[in-house]
Design a protein around this ligand. Structure first.
Ligand code: GMT
Length: 374
């Protein structure tokens, strides 16, 4: 199949899922055309069957806001015609689904059929999409996609709750390529973060408000007072300056390593004992799954799709949003007992196996076949 993939090329989960999906499909012999405004971060430059088409938005002085969606639509039309695409798969509804709808209609006018699949990832539904400035467009684009998938049952339910949806929304969960996790890294050693044999807690996110990174610090502050522990923060975003200030206030800076953006978090996860994700909302929690694939148990909230990934009392613990006290108690419970920690590490890995690429990829391929036959 010749498949166009549209996504955000950044460090966010939807871009990572789209890129890994494209890479896996290319390995199986499909021809994959990424259509994005810059090279996706997890895409290697030279990969067989993968092509990259950049969406370039010119800076016309007339416009206060450049019309990215129109340029993207034109690019989709151009790539579909010239590369003879069989279908488009767009990740994150805003603005990709409505742009795909527009591209489909333009192509229809030219006698070309181009079905498109929309994969909903989270904030496109739970935060932004619900906003009245987007809602009518998202509802329309969902109802007029040739197929719609959500990355968790929780996100499917949210989509049906918040929008006037008159069609099926199928759940195809996020996945990981299990082989790429859990290997000891040549460069990233425990001693770098924990020179005196301390336990290592890790948090990975885009440091947006919804991730509640402040809670990460507050939990860590309680844990380190009970047990020698270090915290490794991976990622960057709007909350980072605030977090640095808080770490000074709590007097914890010496015990925290802040790495910023890291292309391959698997290296850091390979030395971690515990992963922490105290998000306000989380449709799935790909970063938690990446941790579990690295044999790392998870302390998370019980919001959105997180309980579908992190099983309370088995692969880690889930708590109410903001319950820093309970999250710290659970973290200490795990880190203070090596036998218990090893059991949870094992369970986390076993749970991650359910989301292995080998299991999920055929679901997407079957969906593509169905959509093309429609
Ligand atoms: O986590 C983010 O803020 C990034 C966002 C995205 O769209 O890139 O992530 C969403 O999609 C991921 C991949 O499907 C999910 O694993 C995340 O849970 C989801 N984030 C939220 O729902 C906040």
């Amino acid at each position: 199949m010749k498949i166009g993939i549209v996504c955000y090329p950044t460090f966010g989960g939807s871009g990572v899922v789209a890129t890994e999906l494209g890479k896996a499909l290319a390995m199986k012999g499909h021809q994959i055309h990424f259509i994005t405004y810059s090279q996706p971060v997890r895409l290697d430059a030279f990969t067989e069957n993968i092509f990259y088409h950049e969406v370039v938005v010119s800076d016309y002085p007339l416009f206060e806001y450049q019309p990215y969606e129109l340029v993207l639509t034109s690019k989709m039309v151009d790539v579909a015609i010239n590369e003879k695409l069989d279908l488009l798969h767009v990740h994150y509804a805003i603005p990709h689904a409505s742009a795909a709808y527009m591209a489909k209609r333009i192509l229809e006018d030219r006698g070309i059929r181009l079905p498109f699949i929309t994969t909903l990832h989270g904030t496109d539904i739970t935060l932004l999409g619900r906003d009245e400035s987007f809602e009518p467009v998202i509802t329309f684009a969902i109802n007029h996609s040739d197929a719609v998938t959500a990355v968790s049952e929780s996100l499917r339910q949210d989509t049906l709750r918040y929008f006037h949806v008159n069609r099926d929304v199928e759940v195809i969960p996020n996945f990981i390529c299990l082989d790429e996790y859990g290997q000891a890294s040549k460069n990233c050693k425990r001693q770098i973060f924990a020179p005196n044999g301390e336990k290592i807690m890790v948090h990975v996110s885009n440091f947006r408000k919804v991730k509640r990174v402040e809670d990460v610090l507050r939990v860590f502050d309680k844990v380190r007072k009970q047990l020698p522990t270090r915290l490794v923060l991976v990622g960057d975003g709007p909350e980072r300056a605030h977090i640095e200030k808080l770490c000074r206030e709590l007097n914890t800076c010496d015990e925290i390593v802040s790495l910023g953006k890291v292309t391959n978090p698997a290296e850091v996860l390979s030395v971690a004992d515990l992963f922490i994700l105290p998000s306000e909302t989380e449709s799935f929690g790909l970063s938690a799954l990446e941790a579990m694939a690295s044999h790392v148990p998870v302390i998370s909230t019980n919001t959105g799709g997180l309980p579908e990934v992190n099983i309370n009392g088995v692969t880690g613990f889930t708590s109410d949003v903001g319950d820093v006290e309970e999250m710290a108690k659970n973290a200490i419970h795990l880190l203070s007992d090596e036998t218990r920690l090893q059991l949870f590490k094992h369970n986390a890995y076993e749970q991650a196996k359910k989301f292995d690429l080998e299991k999920i990829l055929p679901e997407y391929e079957a969906l593509y076949q169905r959509v093309m036959k429609k």
